[in-house]
Design a protein around this ligand. Structure first.
Ligand code: HEM
Length: 98
């Protein structure tokens, strides 16, 4: 059963935030080879919110934890610049088989 992990990133001054989107675009393949990684999308808020959702899907929770603990470096390697995001909240789900 796949799992979904969403990281909600708060951005100052609301969306869109071109710099945040450019940073994700520059690293969009950085997680491709992680075992169990099934895809991610960067979701831009359109209803007046100030949080982008980083929607990620994984084959198992263990795969996500392994990436987080060992392999997320390429996605999150320091860029030498100040982060855009001012906060982050993690949400975890199982995909319900219907
Ligand atoms: C659910 C899994 C993920 C977690 C737990 C996570 C965690 C985080 C956190 C805590 C931040 C904020 C860091 C800060 O503001 O200093 C962040 C930012 C970022 N993440 Fe992730 N992330 C996830 C998935 C991804 C994926 C799949 C990518 C793919 C490239 C990615 C790329 C980035 C980038 C480029 C930023 C920089 C945003 C900025 O400049 O403020 N993240 N991530």
């Amino acid at each position: 059963m796949s799992i979904v992990v969403i990281n909600a990133l708060s951005v100052p001054d609301g969306a869109p935030n071109a710099e945040l989107e450019a940073r994700f675009a520059a690293r969009k393949h950085a997680v491709d080879s992680a075992p169990g990684f099934e895809g991610f999308q960067l979701l831009r808020p359109t209803g007046g919110g100030d949080r982008y959702f980083v929607y990620t899907q994984w084959a198992s929770r263990e795969d996500f934890e392994n990436w987080r603990q060992q392999g997320s470096g390429k996605a999150h390697a320091p860029s030498g610049t100040k982060p855009v995001a001012t906060g982050a909240e993690l949400m975890e789900f199982e995909v319900v088989e219907l």
